[in-house]
Design a protein around this ligand. Structure first.
Ligand code: BTN
Length: 255
């Protein structure tokens, strides 16, 4: 790809017409020796997966369904920081190519006016605390029309082309995203999570929102106040105390 300006990310691309899931394939490729930066991308996924066992809808030729192999120099406990890093890179690349006001909902959904346009699924393989590799699975609904979405998603999901009222060049977006991601990833290894956290906070749309989570004694309601240095959500409970939520099974309400 002529437009690709990265040193490592996407320099090796494994491109498929149809796969079950690019994440599954990327894990298998690592076992066969795939290096950091290898990108697995497909036009169509038959069983694309999202967080919490959800299915990820991946119609043919309409999106970017891809998985990047990462081998970060960090321990397992810091892996959640990478989710936020990928979300920042994605948000910045979309904002650079379109005038769309994309925001990040903790931990890793990209939203336009409350509707989801992208999701990120990081899967890691670790030996005790030592991280072996991470597969960053990214799905971007680029050129889907409303009727490409299953009916139950039409009120909560959207695509870049719907929002921009024009088709978006997938190759251009891919190249911009890989460049943003590689630049941020290098910064993260040089300077740690602090600069990524600042960028995430500037792009987030979830702080200040009411949040709910299922606790052992029923649903707990709180207000999202920030993120900590490991990428967990810091919330204020009804009694005024602060606590951290790590699970992504958090439901967001209004601000
Ligand atoms: C989510 O929001 O729940 C995460 C969705 C992640 C979807 C992407 S599409 C490419 C990669 N392969 C998968 O099977 N899932 C991720």
């Amino acid at each position: 790809m002529e437009q690709l300006q990265t040193r490592i990310f996407g320099r090796k691309i494994l491109y498929y017409d149809e796969v079950e899931s690019t994440n599954t394939l990327a894990h298998a490729m690592v076992l066969e020796g795939a290096e950091e930066g290898t990108l697995v991308i497909a036009e169509h996924q038959t069983t694309g997966r999202g967080r919490m066992g959800r299915k990820w809808h991946s119609p043919k030729g309409k999106g970017l369904w891809m998985s990047l192999v990462l081998k970060p120099q960090i321990t397992l406990q810091f892996a959640p920081q990478l989710t936020l890093l990928v979300a920042v890179a994605l948000c910045r690349s979309i904002r650079k190519l379109t005038s769309l006001q994309v925001g990040i909902k903790w931990p890793n959904d990209l939203l336009i006016e409350g509707k989801k346009i992208s999701g990120i699924l990081l899967e890691s393989s670790a030996d005790e605390e030592k991280l072996q590799h991470v597969i960053a699975g990214i799905g971007i609904s680029v050129n889907l029309d409303l009727d490409d979405f299953p009916e139950e998603l039409r009120s909560v999901a959207t695509s870049l082309s719907i929002e921009a009222a024009q088709q978006i060049d997938r190759t251009q977006l891919l190249c911009q995203f890989l460049l943003e991601l590689e630049t941020l990833y290098e910064l993260y290894h040089e300077q740690g999570f602090a600069p990524v956290k600042l960028l995430w906070e500037a792009l987030n749309v979830s702080l200040g929102c009411t949040v709910r989570s299922q606790g052992p004694q029923g649903v707990i309601e709180a207000t999202a106040e920030g993120i900590d240095d490991a990428g967990a959500l810091v919330v204020r409970l009804a009694d005024g105390s602060l606590t951290k939520w790590y699970s992504s099974n958090v439901e967001f309400g209004s601000r």
